[in-house]
Design a protein around this ligand. Structure first.
Ligand SMILES: *[C@@H]1O[C@H](CO)[C@@H](O)[C@H](O)[C@H]1NC(C)=O
Length: 248
């Protein structure tokens, strides 16, 4: 992540895709979130086996989330108005209008919070070793049906908001970069519903130099760590949890 953030040695595949596309650099964050899910499963199973109460777990989870969000907000806060953000990072916590509310650590912290809460309040699963059921091949899904239901509802909310939310002056369900993309028809629609929701939450305090800015000449702010995308982070982290669920 550090290597990619400081230019990736100039190789194109260590740069983020401007909008559409996928490079090595784009895979780092999703896999990291996936690993968070797997670690939550490992850590929480072991703590629950040791008899740590849910109140203690809750206190631990809340504290860690607050620390992550605060570190992200106060120390890694690439200013939304500073075009040189890659060269001069932490100028934040000095002026309100220079603050960016969302961020990588904020997203990781919030994702961790939701995953850890799911693990804290899910009933402890014992895999029946000798019993034979028709559903044995998919028992990870059957044992965790409540979690899958929750994740399904979250993802449905993401789909509905992304594709059905009316955004003023933009086509509903727009997924493009705006700017000069799509023949310049929707210059102010960068990020569609996701950006619309972020502007409602954060106003001007969001990322102003998204990687689509150069190629698509966009003028609107777009935050890659916005609110709506957090849903998909949680879903990816949940897959990480599921990978380990039957082995611990
Ligand atoms: C986009 O926003 C700019 C600045 O707010 C405005 O001048 C322009 O008319 C808008 N373009 C469209 C197509 O809405």
């Amino acid at each position: 992540m550090v290597f990619v953030n400081y230019g990736g040695g100039g190789y194109w595949f260590f740069q983020h895709a401007p909008w559409n596309g996928l490079t090595v650099a784009d895979l780092v964050m999703p896999w990291f979130v996936f690993i968070i899910g797997a670690s939550v499963m490992l850590a929480f199973s072991s703590m629950r086996r040791k008899g740590v109460s849910w109140q203690q777990l809750l206190r631990k989870v809340t504290w860690r989330t607050i620390v992550l969000v605060l570190i992200g907000f106060c120390f890694m806060n690439y200013s939304p108005r500073d075009g040189l953000w890659q060269i001069t990072p932490p100028v934040s916590c000095v002026s309100w209008s220079w603050l960016r509310f969302p961020g990588v650590l904020q997203r990781l912290g919030f994702t961790y919070f939701v995953l850890a809460l799911m693990q804290t309040f899910s009933s402890h699963k014992e895999v029946p070793l000798r019993e034979h059921h028709w559903w044995n091949p998919v028992q990870d899904i059957f044992l965790y049906w409540a979690e899958w239901l929750f994740i399904g509802l979250l993802e449905t909310a993401w789909l509905c908001l992304t594709f059905l939310l009316p955004v003023p002056n933009c086509p509903t369900g727009y997924l493009g970069a705006g700017g000069i993309g799509d023949n310049g028809l929707f210059p102010n629609c960068t990020g569609g519903a996701a950006a619309f929701i972020d502007k409602w939450f954060f106003g001007d305090n969001m990322f102003r130099f998204p990687s689509c800015k150069v190629l698509y000449h966009t003028t609107e702010p777009f935050d890659p760590e916005g609110v709506l995308g957090t849903i998909n982070s949680i879903v990816i982290g949940f897959f990480g949890m599921q990978i380990l669920c039957l082995n611990v």
